[in-house]
Design a protein around this ligand. Structure first.
Ligand SMILES: Cc1ncc(COP(=O)(O)O)c(C=O)c1O
Length: 427
């Protein structure tokens, strides 16, 4: 932990439930260990999404933006992948019946949802699945509803495939997002074909309730709107709100929905992806499978298939430890912000490892808070504007990192925000 910050706060950190929850090296897991990820081409630490995107430039940047974690995967996964790597033959590989049983068993144990084995389709990752579903069940010009602020590749997959983006803005009440069902119904009635649901919601980490999902389903049912549910963030549970799978709420919800799941956020496997889509409606399932076969999307990746199976099969104890550690990091952010980050209010997430920070007034004052923090604090967070209407003035902080790194980032932010160089009168 950096030593140049008020000593009282460092003492407090050592005593917070945060630190207690993130126990050191339990069962061989050491979430406090800092790893150099640059040697393997990490997007997060290069501060550049890919070779076609702009790079965030800055000196000695701490990367707290894109959604992967700086932790090693469960040891069982590493050991099996190492064995497979040592075997040295990386030919075509297939998923057998056990693959789907493992997926089913995970969701039964963790989320009280037991999709019939026959409903499960394999997929390379979540976003290619969303693209395939949109291309199969809608035509260019058809409307697709999203709820902003939201994960920005949704905009790209809709507009990049020639579909029309229909934005249903979430409303803020007491620092939590709520649904605007009236506006949602207007959009559904305007001829929308698909609703792309983010459950739990990225960037705010909100787990939708049964009541909320039921209200959305009722509207979709009235207007013949299909539902794609992206459940990638469902496994890291930070509040007592359960994850409710959209298709589990009623038979008609199941009949109209595509549930997209993956272990990649949960177990930090984004670079060895593999996913599963559950489609209860047989006609839709057959049509989607045919479309995915026609684009050769169902061939398994050698390492991705294996990682999914081992992670779901053996990773639960690791996930439980991780969840405690992440909860501790979220607590740290909230307590620290309260004392040392003037103008920044975190939103408490129900799930995952992302904290959405309300910095609207500050954003106006400094002329863009994300850039201000890059330039003055050397920390790279995601600019809320990326998440569409309603994201302006917010920033998204990834807390999936060793606590010392997070603490260093928070300290740097605090110093920049309390510097006399900020013109407090500029609004
Ligand atoms: C809500 C959401 N969906 C999908 C993805 C990406 O999934 P994949 O890499 O499997 O395409 C992310 C990654 O951050 C995400 O946050």
């Amino acid at each position: 932990m950096a030593t140049d910050f008020p000593g009282d706060y460092q003492m407090a950190c050592a005593d917070t439930p945060a630190s207690a929850a993130g126990q050191r090296s339990v069962g061989g897991i050491d979430f406090d260990q800092i790893h150099d990820r640059q040697q393997f081409g990490s997007v997060k630490w290069a501060n550049q999404w890919d070779e076609f995107s702009p790079r965030v430039e800055g000196r000695d940047l701490l990367s707290l933006w894109t959604a992967d974690m700086d932790f090693r995967a469960p040891e069982t996964v590493i050991a099996r992948l190492r064995e497979a790597a040592d075997h040295g033959i990386y030919g075509y590989t297939r998923r057998d019946a056990r693959h789907y049983e493992i997926v089913q068993s995970w969701f039964t144990r963790r989320h009280n949802w037991s999709p019939a084995l026959g409903t499960l389709l394999p997929a390379p990752a979540i976003m290619p699945s969303v693209a395939a579903i949109l291309r199969t069940f809608t035509k260019p010009g058809d409307g697709v509803i999203v709820q902003s602020p939201v994960y920005s590749p949704y905009f790209e997959v809709i507009q990049g495939n020639g579909r029309v983006l229909l934005t249903n803005r979430l409303t803020l009440q007491d620092n939590r997002y709520e649904l605007d069902l009236e506006d949602f119904e207007k959009l559904a009635a305007s001829g929308a074909k698909v609703f792309l649901l983010c459950n739990p919601h990225n960037p705010a980490g909100k787990a939708w309730t049964l009541q909320e999902l039921t209200a959305l389903n009722d509207i979709c049912e009235r207007h013949g709107v299909l539902v794609i549910s992206d459940d990638i963030h469902c496994d890291i549970r930070l509040s007592d709100r359960p994850h409710i799978v959209f298709s589990s709420i009623s038979d008609d919800a199941a009949e109209k929905s595509f549930i997209c799941t993956a272990p990649t956020k949960t177990f930090n496997l984004a670079g060895v992806p593999s996913a599963t889509i559950s489609v209860a409606n047989k006609k839709c399932r057959d049509k989607l499978l045919a479309a995915m076969q026609a684009t050769f999307m169902v061939n398994a990746n050698f390492f991705g298939r294996l990682a999914l199976e081992v992670a779901y099969d053996t990773g639960a104890p690791w996930l439980d430890q991780l969840t405690g550690y992440i909860a501790g990091n979220v607590d740290l952010v909230c307590e620290f912000a309260d004392q040392y980050l003037p103008g920044i209010t975190p939103m408490q997430p129900d799930a995952s490892f992302l904290v959405w920070l309300d910095a609207r007034e500050l954003d106006r004052r400094v002329g863009g808070v994300q850039k201000f923090l890059v330039d003055n604090a050397g920390v790279n967070l995601y600019d809320g504007r990326v998440y569409g209407p309603g994201g302006e003035g917010f920033i998204r902080l990834n807390v999936g990192c060793p606590r010392a790194l997070l603490h260093r980032g928070l300290e740097r932010m605090s110093k920049a925000l309390t510097s006399p160089l900020i013109d407090r009168n500029r609004v």
